[in-house]
Design a protein around this ligand. Sequence first.
Ligand SMILES: *Cc1c(COP(=O)(O)O)cnc(C)c1O
Length: 361
Amino acid sequence: MSRNFNFSAGPAALPEAVLRRARAELLDWNGHGASVMEMSHRGEAFQELARRSEADLRTLLDIPDDYAVLFLQGGASQQFSQIPMNLAAGGGSADYVLTGHWGRKAADQAGRVCQVRIAASSGEDGYLSIPPPATWQLDPDAAYLHLTPNETIHGVEFHQLPDIGPVPLVADMSSTLLSRPLDVRRHGLIYACAQKNIGPSGLVLVIVRRELLARSPDTLPDIFRYDRHAAQGSMLNTPPTWSWYLAACVFQWLLEQGGLAVMATLNQAKAGHLYAAIDGSGGFYRNRVEPAARSWMNVPFQLHDDRLDSVFLAEAAAESLIGLKGHRVVGGMRASLYNAVPMAAVQALTRFMAGFMRRHG
Ligand SMILES: *Cc1c(COP(=O)(O)O)cnc(C)c1O
C-alpha cells in the first residue's frame, strides 16, 4: 500500500492516524460487534460519541456555552439558503462581503430568500484581495453580515477580523475552521462543511449564538429550523453517523497534536514554505493574491506558460503528488494545505516544482 501526497481542495486528505483508527474499528466498534454506521443514532453508544465530539469541539475552539453546536447535513451550499431562512425571516436585508466565488454563490442563493446588499466586493480585481474594511458600506440594521473568511478557489483569506459593530457576523469557514484558534464570540453564526478540514462529506457544522435561534420563523418546516435541531441535539432525524464519527476522530487527533495553536504554527509554516517557492521562481510560478490576504489553506498558482499545465500535473502524479489541478474558475494549479497535509508533503511539492522548473524553464 502506498499513499500519495494529497493536495485535493475537497473532499480532501484525512489524517492517516484517523484512517487507521477507522479501519481498526470498522468491523467492531468499541466491542459492540458492529460498526458505528450500523447502529442506532439513538442508542447510548452513539449518544456518547455525540456528547464527546461536541465537548471536544468546544475545547478545540473554546466555544462558549451561549453558542449551540449543530451537526447537520446538506453541505455548506444548503446553509447558503438556510441561513437567511432562519436569520432574515423578520424582513430587512442581509449584507454580504464578496472576496471570491463562494461568497458570490452564498449571496446569490440568499437573494432568493431575502433582500441582499453587497456591502463590498473585490470582484473587480478578480478576487485577489480583501476590500479595505473602511470602505465597506455596512447597513446597521442588516439581519446579519456574511463573510467567507477563506475563499477556497481564489486562495484569499482574512487574517484579521474587522470590527463590524453589533450586526451578527455569519462566516462560511468551510475551508479554514480548525486551521487555527478562533474568537467564536465575535461571530453570530459559523458554518463549515466537513470535507475540507474536518472529516468526510455529508456533515456540516453550524455554531450559532443561542439568542439567534429565536429568529427561526414558525412558518419554516422543522428540518430547516436551527432551533429545532438545537433542541433535539442534532437528532431531529437520522444524522450522518459515519461522517460524525470520523469528525469526532479528527477532533481527538487535533487534541493529541496539541490543539489549534499548534496547528496554526504548522499551517503558517507550510504555506510560507510554498509561497516562498512560488515567489522565488523568478516568475515561472505565480500567485497573484495580495500578500496580506494569501490563504494558509489553499494556494492557487499559475505556470508562466499554461501549455505546461498538463505536463506539470502528469509529472507530479508520477511523483505521488495528487489533487493539484486548479479550479476551472481560476485555472492553473492549486495546492490545499489542510491540517491533514504534513510539512513533508509540502517539501516534496516544492522539490518537485524546483525540478520541473529546471527541466522546463
Ligand atoms: C467547499 C465549499 C463550499 C461548498 O460546500 P458543499 O458542502 O459542497 O456545499 C462552500 N463554501 C466554501 C468556502 C467552500 O470551501
